[in-house]
Structure formats: structure tokens, C-alpha cells
Design a protein around this ligand. Structure first.
Ligand code: DHB
Ligand code: MG
Length: 211
């Protein structure tokens, strides 16, 4: 039973999601990289947002709006996502995807370096009840520190790609993204303000609740 077989098994249980398929098609059409969060984790994002009743969501890394859609469809009440994206071109695709899905009024894109947007949000004293980190990996430790400051008590902080396709565990690998991810994972596990765990499927996902 390979991971691929398990993956295929769970995927075929679900009906095709027309909106998600369209989002993926458009990402391909506009030449965006094929690195959206895995389908199974997309469903988990929806579920987690629903469980914690999140209304104010922060997403670090919009790409084509795939995770944005998964987060928005989890909301019971009409909340909003502030989505940080380096590339205007990606945010344009994401905005179009979310608009077609009926969520265009519920997303605010902030373009540029996420670190700058995070500093700005902190200055505005913005507060969120769900934060999803899925952007450039070498800044993950900074994103976590900022996320904790921007989190309401009880907020959830979720991060994608904590395994870096195994590089996180491979001592030979010492590049900036790998070193940053090791630091991020350690910080997440040891910070007393958090209750956390890691899901090892796909490329690894971390979950942390801010006390
Ligand atoms: C990469 C980034 C991601 O967020 C991801 O889920 C997969 C790959 C990357 O930069 O290669
Ligand atoms: Mg990712």
C-alpha cells in the first residue's frame, strides 16, 4: 500500500469539485506553478475553519486562490480573508477564481513582501482567528512569530510544507529554506503559548492553537 495508492483511494471517494477543478485549470492556463495545497489538506482547511468558527482569516501566500477557496467555504458566517501575495499576477488569478466562486467580496489582497504586510497588519492591530502559512519557506520562522502576535486567543495557525519533501530531515541539506523550516518546526513544538502537532501526510502540515 503506497502513499500514492492511499491517496488515489481517498480522492476517488469524493465527487469532482467543479469549482476546485476550475481553479486548478485557470492556474495552469496562466502558468502558475502547480504547488497548491494538497486536496486532502484543502478539505482539512475547510473543516478546521468550520470547527473553530473563524471569521477573520489571514493567509500568507495566495498563489491562485485554491487554499483561499477552501478556507472561505468553511466559514459559517460571512467573514473575510486577508491574503498576502508577493506577485500581483498571482493575486489577479486568485481574485478572479474567488470572484467566480462567489467570494470576491470577502477577500482583500495585499501585494508585496509578506514581512512588510505583516508589520503593517501589526501596526493596524489586526487580529485573526485562523492563519494559514504557505509562502516562501525561508521566512517561516518570522511568519510564525508574527502570526502569534496577530492571533486572537484560541486562534489556529496552520502551515504547509513542513517536511520540504524530506529535506527537513536530511542532515546533508543545509540550504536557507531547510534551516528555516527546522527552526520553524522546533519553535512550533516548543513555544509554550502553543498547543501543536504535525501531520506527516503529503509534504507535512503543522497545526497550532494559540492559548
Ligand atoms: C513549493 C511551495 C509550496 O507551498 C508547496 O506546497 C509545494 C512546493 C515550492 O516552492 O517548491
Ligand atoms: Mg504549500
Amino acid at each position: 500500500m503506497s502513499n500514492q495508492e492511499i491517496d488515489t483511494y481517498f480522492a476517488q471517494l469524493y465527487e469532482q469539485d467543479i469549482i476546485l477543478n476550475r481553479i486548478k485549470e485557470r492556474m495552469q492556463q496562466y502558468g502558475l506553478p502547480n504547488i497548491a495545497v494538497h486536496e486532502g489538506y484543502g478539505r482539512l482547511l475547510t473543516l478546521l475553519v468550520r470547527i473553530c468558527g473563524a471569521k477573520d482569516i489571514l493567509e500568507i501566500g495566495a498563489l491562485g486562490g485554491y487554499s483561499g477557496y477552501c478556507l472561505l467555504r468553511g466559514m459559517v458566517e460571512k467573514g473575510i480573508i486577508v491574503s498576502l501575495e508577493l506577485q500581483q499576477r498571482y493575486a489577479d488569478v486568485a481574485k478572479r477564481n474567488l470572484t467566480e466562486a462567489g467570494y470576491g467580496q470577502q477577500v482583500e489582497y495585499r501585494i508585496g513582501e509578506a514581512l512588510d504586510s505583516l508589520a503593517q497588519l501589526e501596526q493596524e492591530q489586526a487580529q485573526f482567528d485562523f492563519i494559514f502559512i504557505d509562502a516562501d519557506k525561508s521566512n517561516y520562522p518570522h511568519y510564525l512569530s508574527s502570526a502569534i502576535r496577530l492571533a486572537r486567543p484560541g486562534a489556529l495557525i496552520v502551515a504547509d510544507n513542513v517536511l520540504l519533501q524530506g529535506r527537513t530531515l536530511n542532515a546533508v541539506k543545509q540550504g536557507p529554506a531547510v534551516q528555516a523550516m527546522r527552526q520553524f518546526n522546533k519553535q512550533l513544538a516548543q513555544d509554550k503559548r502553543l498547543i501543536s502537532t504535525f501531520l506527516p501526510a503529503y509534504d507535512g502540515l503543522s497545526l497550532a492553537l494559540v492559548r
